[in-house]
Ligand binder design. Structure first.
Ligand SMILES: O=C(O)CCC(=O)C(=O)O
Ligand SMILES: [Fe+2]
Length: 352
């Protein structure tokens, strides 16, 4: 990491000491690095809910990742629409993975493309359900970055596994506490393109509306355009979170905040923080968030729940389908399809 800016608004977490090569150091020094990294993560998620990760073990550089995003979105509109989600092209079979076109109106002007795990998951949803969370990826003709994106998905999934084990330690649990989240995990790698708005079109102040992420853990690559802003809940001020060369932005979602437990005032230990993206006039912007997601049938419970108690917590698939009704990439049917699918997750969860 050559040129880290000296003043950064978010904490920096250095993963060098817990990388695979660091494991060859003495067991004691490796464990103590792991503990101190868990403490840093705990501090970051208890305060701002956001941090920068440096020295993450990824084989693709930032510029390779953004070159892939540029290649993908520069494909013709017709080719991209051939792999659009069914919501946007009813004759298509893909319901959950694939392309979504930019929607006009509102401050969410972005097109996106999403992939899940390389191997499709067992068909674990009711075939009557409108959305299949386990479906296979689709690829647009003319895009030759498939292998690299699959590698990126795999490596970000491994990184998430490491971070989950640190989060477990930070929450006073065994490092393997979140291992069941990995079974049939449906994590999503999303490529985003915020097209430049050229004058005389009216410039929108934001190209991504304020929101919290809904799930567990997000690992975000943003390009040099920057524009990401994070709400400091302590003083209600928006903090710019600029591009940092080589760093990944990490944050947790609503579900992880609930999982982290809390005090009697329902104040969760870890914070799911609101964030937004400010538009950069005349500039295209690319970002690549990775959302770590457990399996659809995974029962997600608060660390405060008594392990013996049944019926607490939520099935991840139910949670995500309920949230989908508010997401721009499924919005043209007002989220009705998601509501139908929720019932079927309840059914498969019982069988799981
Ligand atoms: O584009 C970005 O930098 C942020 C995207 C984001 O927050 C999201 O997709 O949840
Ligand atoms: Fe987000």
């Amino acid at each position: 990491m050559s040129s880290l800016p000296t003043h950064l608004p978010l904490p920096i977490i250095d993963l060098a000491n817990i990388s695979s090569s660091a494991q060859s150091n003495s067991a004691v020094s490796y464990l103590s690095s792991k503990l101190s990294t868990a403490v840093s993560i705990s501090d970051a998620f208890s305060a701002t809910g956001f941090a920068y990760l440096i020295n993450a073990p990824l084989s693709l550089t930032h510029s390779e990742i953004f070159a892939l995003a540029q290649d993908l979105f520069s494909i013709s509109h017709d080719s991209k629409m051939k792999v659009a989600k069914k919501t946007f092209r009813p004759e298509n079979g893909n319901t959950y993975r694939g392309y979504f076109p930019a929607q006009t109106g509102g401050d969410n002007l972005k097109e996106g493309f999403e992939i899940g795990p390389i191997d499709p998951l067992p068909q674990n949803l009711d075939p009557r359900a409108r959305f299949n969370l386990g479906e296979a990826n689709v690829w647009p003709a003319g895009f030759d970055g498939r292998e690299k994106l699959e590698t990126l998905h795999t490596e970000l999934q491994s990184l998430s596994e490491k971070l989950l084990s640190l989060l477990a330690i930070a929450l006073g649990k065994d490092p393997s506490f979140f291992e069941h989240y990995l079974e049939d995990s449906i994590s999503t790698l999303r490529l985003l393109h915020y097209p430049a708005i050229e004058p005389p079109a009216p410039q929108q102040e934001f190209c991504c509306t304020p929101h919290t992420d809904s799930g567990i853990l997000t690992l975000l690559h943003q390009d040099e355009t920057g524009g990401l802003e994070v709400l400091n809940a302590a003083n209600d001020q928006w903090i710019p979170a600029p591009y940092v060369p080589g760093a990944i932005v990490v944050n947790i979602g609503d579900l992880m905040a609930k999982v982290s437990g809390g005090d009697d005032n329902n104040d969760n230990k870890f914070k799911a923080t609101r964030h937004r993206v400010r538009s950069s006039p005349g500039k295209d912007r690319y970002s690549v968030p990775f959302f770590f997601e457990p399996g659809a049938a995974c029962l997600v419970q608060s660390v405060d729940d008594d392990e013996e108690e049944q019926g607490q917590g939520v099935r991840y698939g139910k949670h995500v389908l309920e949230k989908m009704s508010g997401w721009v990439e499924f919005r043209d049917d007002g989220g009705k399809g998601a509501a139908v699918a929720v019932e079927s997750v309840e059914e498969i969860a019982v069988d799981a």
